[in-house]
Design a binder for this molecule. Sequence first.
Ligand SMILES: *[C@@H]1O[C@H](CO)[C@@H](O)[C@H](O)[C@H]1NC(C)=O
Ligand SMILES: *[C@@H]1O[C@H](CO)[C@@H](O)[C@H](O)[C@H]1NC(C)=O
Ligand SMILES: *[C@@H]1O[C@H](CO)[C@@H](O)[C@H](O)[C@H]1NC(C)=O
Ligand SMILES: *[C@@H]1O[C@H](CO)[C@@H](O)[C@H](O)[C@H]1NC(C)=O
Length: 732
Amino acid sequence: MIPAPLLLIPGFFVCLLLPLTVCEEQQISKDNLLVLTVATKETDGFRRFLKSAKHFNYTIKVLGQGQKWKGGDYVTAPGGGQKVRLLKTALEEMKKQDKIILFIESYDVVFASGPKELLKKFQQTRHKVVFSSESLIWPDRHMEDKHPHVREGNRFLGSGGFIGYLPNIREMVADWKGKDNDSDQLFFTKIYIDPVKRKSINITLDSTCRMFQNLHGALDEVVLKFENGRVRARNLLFDTLPVIIHGNGPTKLQINYLGNYIPNTWTFENGCTVCHQDLRPLTALKESEYPMVLIGIFIQQPTPFVTVFFERLLKLQYPKNRLKLLIFNQEVHHERHVSSFLHDHGNLYQNVKFIRPEEGMDGPASRNLGFDMCRKDKDCEYFFSIDIEVVLKEENTLKILIEQNLPIVAPMITRVGRLWSNFWGALSSDGYYARSEDYVDIVQGRRVGVWNVPYVSSVYLVKGSLLRSELTDSELFNSHILDPDMAYCHSVRNKGIFMYVTNMHTFGRILSTENYQTDHLHNDLWQIFENPEEWQERYIHENYTHIMKDKLIETPCPDVYWFPVFSDVACDHLVEEMEHFGQWSGGRNKDSRIQGGYENVPTVDIHMNQINFEKNWHKFLLEYIAPITEKMYPGYYTKAQFDLAFIVRYKPDEQPSLRPHHDASTFTINIALNQLGPDYQGGGCRFLRYDCSIKAPRKGWALMHPGRLTHYHEGLPTTAGVRYIAVSFVDP
Ligand SMILES: *[C@@H]1O[C@H](CO)[C@@H](O)[C@H](O)[C@H]1NC(C)=O
Ligand SMILES: *[C@@H]1O[C@H](CO)[C@@H](O)[C@H](O)[C@H]1NC(C)=O
Ligand SMILES: *[C@@H]1O[C@H](CO)[C@@H](O)[C@H](O)[C@H]1NC(C)=O
Ligand SMILES: *[C@@H]1O[C@H](CO)[C@@H](O)[C@H](O)[C@H]1NC(C)=O
């Protein structure tokens, strides 16, 4: 007896299960198979079809290339007669009678396996012509009764794919006299439901989808099956592995989805290898030969870290004389940021166009304009669209995207800690967001690749040639119902143009623009809650993370710790913010102003709460100071509570120093906010009990010391310039 598992191995053992005749019949040679398809246009779907065919070594002959399509759009009315006409002509010209012809659609079709498996399954049907099957009848429901019943599976014929011997197919189409816009589906159905013709041509249906899987009406039945580094689509209803998958009718997006995996050799580290066959490497090019890119920058709401955006733009790895800029700004608040960037760096770029808020242009119009500028500029090879809230951390993003050589491609960006990203994996039936099965895995980087998706936004690259050929509508972003981005993606999908998102690199993230207030000078300082990563990158010292790791913490005096915490920018922004606010306390007269009477040694200062910064400051202490406190003073735990936190100004002619005192704190944090030498002379801090001084404060470094009892201290005189420090009395 043969052990059960062996029975599943295709090839030899299959014979044992089938009648002897089939076994005696020789397996048809792969060389005899010819795939015929009609494609009047080279769509992205057609290119995908060819790639998948090439992958499995199918021999393809394309009919109707370059001809005008007159077969209808299948949406408003059935059509497709032109395909039958072209097929008929092609078959008449063929000489070799033993050919097996596979006739299929190509725009929405991918191969999931090779010719050998297809031919074997075809032979096993013991028929001369086999059509794909459908569970739904189309286009004429009245013919239902005339369809023969099938033992198992779908009862209706699908004209999107069939396979058969050349003479039989020739016989089948011999009578075609229809118009190009007549229905091919109806034509073949009528032949099939005619018992005489069905028998004489010897037609059957692949009713359990062993060869052909039409997705329409079968979406719930088809799943992806990952096994041994390969992917197959499996039909769960019939437990079959179809060879050809067809996203017919309204299932075009599903075939795009499946096309991300099929026919790839799949590993979880590496997706969508098929996408990478036609790369456009830039490395061999001289800088002057780089494709010209028009970068469209869109500022449509008050947004934090706009200056950082422009700093990053400047660092984008691409020859600037191959870049043109269009900056659209709707926000008066950001005028100075844009102007200052353009003033300092605008002339590096080949061309700059700046649309100001006063011009009253709306968002969709500006995006239409951007596309149009590229369209009309024959040098414009790409339009790179980027919204101001996008944080592109990867400096090579533009190069990486160009090298993908895809019609529209977006770098995946996400919102930290959330499942939000700038692409959709699927669409709901009404065209809005739907979560695809693989969405979370892609966003979280468990599946990596280049993905065909139905919607991208915020940042993406579009080929200029596409704008000049397929996407010529000058109002792509306009819609009465849809958001501009959705309207645009809708048009792109309708044209059969593929949009991709890549997560092959970590490109960056998107900022939250919620709760962004514009009433301060440096509003970004207030972003520690809303955009903590960006805040940290901007304001925390670059070596902060080395404090513990590399023991980058000094002990200049007993129990006094000294470590880097603020970036230069943080120091400058805090000082400028306070000077901008300007309400410095009157030094020695201040005592009475403080309620609770803690502050017994008055300074010239502004308190954090005077600029509504106390919650942010507390968060800063909690996140960046408390961990160090707890490490250096083992056994002490702090929630970083404070009553007093303020910025002190020392000036020779105002208040140059501070007399010896205890602080009303368990521990004190004292951060130097400017630079000894360029900014001031003198200054520093002396701990009397130890007769120990820190005389060369470092900008951005914090001193941490116990407040009461032991660390009686004084502020040493500032002898020239102005010195600023940020002081916090923690756990009073
Ligand atoms: C296709 O043909 C090439 C060259 O003959 C071969 O190396 C490759 O393995 C074939 N691919 C498949 C999927 O059979
Ligand atoms: C098909 O085309 C003919 C002209 O060739 C036209 O008269 C007829 O209305 C078209 N039919 C459909 C259904 O579009
Ligand atoms: C189709 O042809 C095969 C022989 O190749 C025959 O066994 C079978 O009965 C035929 N089927 C029909 C429906 O005529
Ligand atoms: C951070 O540390 C490195 C290595 O010690 C040093 O070269 C660099 O200047 C430091 N950065 C700052 C801002 O001090």
